[in-house]
Design a protein around this ligand. Structure first.
Ligand code: ZN
Length: 115
């Protein structure tokens, strides 16, 4: 992914989104982002988790799962509040992207509602 610079904020918001829903840990987030088509290495993801924690959006604890000890991250109240605000901003700013960008594709293939 060569356009990582463009997606960095989106990935941070997506990690925060999952941490609001459930406790997350590094490997599970790498797999989750992979499911969305983002191949992140541990060397990229861990600084994202640490950065979110340093800024107070996440809080972590060490938890034992069988024989392994994992650092598990949960969204803080500030993180959940920030995500709610960010979702409104994303909807506002990105709604316009879809008006311009995907509409031409939809027109070529037929809009989902037209099928
Ligand atoms: Zn996801």
């Amino acid at each position: 992914m060569n356009d990582r610079y463009l997606y960095a904020g989106l990935i941070r918001l997506h990690v925060l989104h999952h941490a609001v829903k459930e406790p997350v840990y590094g490997l599970a987030m790498i797999e989750e982002l992979g499911r969305h088509g983002y191949k992140l290495s541990a060397g990229t993801l861990y600084p994202i988790l640490h950065g979110l924690e340093d800024r107070g959006y996440l809080a972590s604890t060490e938890e034992r799962a069988g024989s392994t000890v994992r650092r598990v991250y949960r969204a803080t109240t500030a993180g959940a509040t920030a995500l709610t605000a960010a979702k409104l901003k994303v909807r506002e700013l990105f709604g316009e992207l879809f008006e311009d960008g995907l509409e031409t594709e939809f027109q070529a293939k037929g809009a989902p509602g037209d099928r």
